[in-house]
Ligand binder design. Structure first.
Ligand SMILES: [Zn+2]
Length: 689
């Protein structure tokens, strides 16, 4: 009897899962989904499609449908059509232009929305659902019986691509935009220019592309090491490229048809090495290759920026124009007579206010032309017009501050930085250095807890950023984008109470297969190893709970989650050294003494150290382990020399220490600083067994 009840419960669970539509795969997950057994399959494999859209919208949607994988033939009569895409302005639930409703019956599919964007997303949903209830590989088209009501949680669901550090051509961009549409993403933030290359044709300033769109080195790091100079397109071995205005119009139009808005970024006044290489007089010193900051005291800088923006405005119809504003080394302005002069004239207190003055001027200029300024969160420093939108990248707290100050905000903190590795840091292709697995991106909520309703309304959305310092090929870029961009899409679209990691993860596994079949080099999620093995659970050993004594204190920049006790808290470090399990020692030896309270038998004293050349973190120049019974008489148990390899670019974790048998109350592990000035030692735990 009991067994029968259990069987019944299981059967009911399966039925209700199907009824709720949880068996139907869809990223991002919809607001409401009610599925039934059965499906609609077109007779003879081809169905008819009708839409009451008119004019360009109608033509474009039907073109998109004709080029899609669904076998649909457009008809002019609504009656009898199998798939109907209907503008329905009367239904009050469709006030959002991206919202849609889909109802699939044994006779076909009806889709409703109040705007062509909603109908486009309804059709994306049909593409997702097609074939999900027929055996894989049969190639048969069918739609499961289901009712879906859907609308986005947030307005801005974006993908950011840096084409400056490495050049990515328009075919690459179009290919990714097609996939963004599948995920119902609607913003493409195009990072067009930066220190490493100017990639946009500007008719007023031809030198920009004539002299700084190419360089004699392909890889960004090699180029930087060799002095970071540009060359002409005709030079032997020249690497690079740029987008003509015709290319730009083509991409903007391509994106528009996918209902994706392109947000161009011209990054000023920092990140302008390329500008100064082409027009040195725009810098404080008047010389190329000295710094990356435009001179804000020179009127012709403003003329230059607005000159470029005039052409940008012609090319990009969307209201948002991104002006960068990040990471400017403001010290140049403090030394420049022109900048100082301007600060006196305008009564500006410090170089932060100087940048803020410049941003306000550009903002006024854009506003008078009907556009909106958006910039990286540094633009808040020194004051910012409340009309400006802030892109929070240095951390969630900047987004919170901006929202509280009344700015609209797009969230893009480190969990959204797709240049971080998504798996084993020691074997993955080199990224910016952090570890951001799919789960971390998925768990990020773009609307921070603690905001009032009015403040939260300022959070426009989020985006996934691809910076390309170490991403040189389309294959590598796709590997970093997919499947994490699916998590970005779901975070922007799906209500938090409708999100589920377990469901999303299963869907993402299938989506990776889909991406591979479609010719995208997605990360193989099924083979994911996860975080550092040591970090996956606490470790028990003799020193846990015993306070370590440090000869030199750890750096205040990396004090550890448990302060001085961090090295004996039983918590091993993850791949991310900023998360509090690691202690950092800057230019110092890491020498730690532990009192075990009584004499015990000891078999091991060891610690793992990290090497990360890009962060100036090195393995130690040798480790000495010693022990004592009374704290006065010390015996050296091991003295292990090591020569750090400063040219090794790989991220490494290496264990140093001693194994054997001794009786001791005190143990000491002494790791010698690498010897490179400004270098770091990082360790996560002193293990005593
Ligand atoms: Zn200056």
């Amino acid at each position: 009897m009991k067994r029968f009840v259990l069987f019944l419960l299981l059967a009911l669970a399966v039925v209700s899962l199907a009824a709720q539509g949880q068996d139907l795969r869809l990223i991002p997950y919809p607001c409401y989904m009610q599925a039934e057994e059965g499906m609609y399959a077109p007779e003879g494999g081809v169905a008819t499609v009708f839409t009451n859209l008119r004019g360009t919208d109608r033509g474009e949607l039907l073109d998109y449908i004709a080029a899609s994988s669904l076998p649909l033939r457009a008809v002019r009569r609504q009656e009898g059509a199998h798939v109907r895409l209907l503008l329905d302005n009367l239904d009050p639930s469709f006030t959002h232009p991206e919202a849609y409703r889909v109802e699939i019956t044994p006779q076909g599919a009806d889709c409703y929305a109040c705007d062509v964007r909603g109908l486009f997303y309804a059709f994306q949903t049909l593409l997702w659902l097609d074939g999900q209830r027929v055996p894989a590989g049969t190639g048969r088209h069918s739609l499961p019986l289901v009712k879906i009501y859907d609308a986005p949680r947030l307005e801005w669901r974006g993908w950011h691509m840096d084409v400056s550090r490495h050049y990515f051509d328009k075919e690459f961009l179009k290919k990714q935009l097609r996939m963004m549409a599948r995920y119902k993403m609607n913003r493409f933030h195009w990072h067009l220019v930066d220190d490493a290359g100017w990639r946009l044709e500007v008719k007023r300033y031809p030198e920009l592309t004539d002299s700084t769109a190419f360089r004699p080195w392909r890889l960004w790091e090699d180029w930087g090491r060799a002095g970071g100079r540009f060359c002409s397109a005709r030079s032997k071995g020249a690497y690079g490229g740029y987008f003509t205005q015709r290319d730009v119009r083509e991409i903007v139009e391509y994106a528009r048809r996918l209902h994706i808005t392109v947000v161009p970024e011209i990054d000023v006044p920092g990140h302008s090495r390329a500008v100064l290489a082409a027009y040195p007089s725009l810098g404080c010193t008047g010389k190329a290759y000295e710094n990356s900051e435009l001179c804000l005291g020179a009127e012709k800088t403003f003329e230059f920026v607005t000159g470029v923006l005039s052409e940008i405005i012609d090319l990009f119809p969307d209201e948002y124009i991104h002006i960068g504003g990040d990471e400017a080394d403001r010290s140049h302005w403090a030394r420049c007579p022109r900048c100082q002069d301007l600060m006196r004239r305008e009564g500006l207190q410090g170089v932060e206010e100087l940048q803020s003055w410049f941003t306000r001027r550009v903002e006024d200029w854009l506003t008078s032309r009907g556009r909106k300024l958006i910039g990286w969160d540094e633009i808040m420093e020194g004051g910012l017009s409340s009309r400006a939108t802030v892109m929070a990248w240095r951390g969630e707290k900047w987004g919170v501050q901006a929202a509280r100050e009344g700015h609209d905000v797009v969230m893009t903190p480190w969990q959204c930085y797709l240049d971080n590795a998504q798996d084993d840091l020691t074997t993955e292709p080199r990224g910016v250095g952090g570890y951001v697995p799919l789960r971390l991106t998925y768990d990020f909520d773009p609307v921070p807890a603690g905001l009032s309703e009015a403040e939260a309304a300022h959070i426009l959305g989020l985006q996934g950023n691809v910076w390309t310092e170490r991403i040189a090929t389309p294959q590598h870029a796709e590997y970093m984008i997919y499947p994490r961009i699916c998590a970005i899409a779901e975070n922007g679209w799906t209500l938090p109470e409708r999100k589920s990691w377990e469901r999303f993860y299963t869907f993402a596994l299938d989506e990776v297969d889909h991406l591979h079949q479609a010719g995208y080099n997605a990360f193989n999620l099924a083979a994911e190893k996860g975080d550092r093995e040591e970090a996956q659970g606490p470790v028990e050993h003799l020193a846990v709970g015993h306070s370590p004594v440090y000869t030199h204190p750890a750096s205040a920049k990396y004090p550890g989650r448990h302060g001085e006790a961090t090295l004996t808290d039983g918590e091993r470090g993850s791949y991310n050294y900023q998360q509090g399990q690691w202690l950092g020692f800057e230019d110092e030896d890491c020498e730690v003494t532990i009192d075990l309270d009584s004499v015990v038998t000891v078999h091991e004293v060891s610690a793992d150290f990290m090497q990360r050349a890009d962060q100036w973190i090195w393995l130690p120049a040798g480790v000495v382990v010693s022990a004592s019974q009374d704290g006065t008489q010390w015996t050296v148990l091991s003295n292990e020399p090591w020569e750090p390899d400063f040219d090794d670019p790989m991220i490494r974790f290496q264990r140093f220490g001693w194994q054997g048998t001794t009786e001791a109350r005190f143990v000491r592990l002494s790791a010698k600083a690498s010897g490179r000035r400004g270098g770091w030692l990082f360790t996560d735990e002193i293990i005593v067994r």
